[in-house]
Design a protein around this ligand. Structure first.
Ligand code: SF4
Ligand code: URA
Length: 248
């Protein structure tokens, strides 16, 4: 962030001013939208058929208890993303979370560490949480629309989002958060089944299973479009109002 931008944001009266602890580059973010369905198919072609076939005997996510979800995701091969990941990344946080934040999918650092949002975008997410007086350990759970890293950090294909949706739905059903914040289009597509532009989904409160849902920008997008942090802050305040209304 340049000083000028920082000054501009300050003058716009945007509090808090979210900054990264270090001005890290965002590995792979620029490349994320470039891969194609053909690449996804190539991953399948590279795998022996036995590895590609879904595990027919695997239990359904909807039947599993919270403690069973992580190991079951590690065994999941319901889509091609299961082939090239190092590990599935189920989520992190408080099992009694009142806030659920949902991103897109693991990147390379998340794939290596097994925790969502540990890269540069994660530092910004932590700053956003801090602005709400939240931390990733307390009252918050952080998950992703897809649990396995897409090759080369490409955007997950619709079929992959669909294949992974039951895991996310089970997480929501067990957590029963008071509010859900969807970070970016992929999360909105997964939970709300919406393919609208992000700008069209901001500014309202949706509902999923009786839980208020707010859509905002993905932190990786905000790193490249700093002035939009003001809009993201409005969204987070909207989410906080929805949370307050639920908690009384
Ligand atoms: Fe299973 Fe989701 Fe991983 Fe695909 S991305 S293999 S559906 S856990
Ligand atoms: N971006 C995401 O959407 N999720 C992560 O876990 C990391 C980066």
């Amino acid at each position: 962030m340049t000083l000028n931008r920082e000054q501009m944001l300050l003058e716009m009266g945007i509090r808090p001013l979210w900054t990264l602890r270090d001005a890290l580059p965002v590995p792979g973010e620029e490349a994320s939208a470039t891969a194609t369905a053909a690449e996804a198919a190539a991953v399948v072609a590279d795998c022996p058929p036995a590895m590609v076939a879904p595990e027919k005997s695997a239990p359904l996510p909807a039947e599993l208890a919270w403690d069973e979800l992580g190991p079951a995701m590690q065994a999941c091969r319901a889509c091609v993303l299961g082939q090239r990941r190092r590990q599935a990344v189920p989520g992190v946080g408080d099992v009694r979370a009142e806030w659920l934040f949902i991103g897109e999918g693991p990147g390379s650092e998340e794939d290596a560490q097994g925790e969502p949002f540990v890269g540069a975008a994660g530092q910004l997410l932590d700053a956003m949480l801090a602005a709400l007086d939240l931390t990733r350990q307390k009252a918050v759970y952080i998950a992703n629309a897809v649990k396995c890293r897409p090759p080369d950090n490409r955007t997950p294909e619709p079929a992959e989002i669909e294949a992974c949706r039951p895991w996310l739905q089970r997480q929501v059903a067990l957590l029963q958060p008071k509010v859900i914040v969807l970070l970016g289009k992929t999360a909105a597509q997964s939970l709300l089944g919406k393919q609208d532009k992000l700008a069209a989904m901001r500014g309202q409160v949706f509902e999923y299973s009786g839980i208020p849902v707010v859509v905002t920008y993905h932190p990786a997008y905000l790193l490249r479009n700093l002035p939009d942090k003001a809009k993201a802050w409005e969204d987070l305040l909207r989410a906080r109002r929805a949370w307050r209304a639920k908690t009384g």
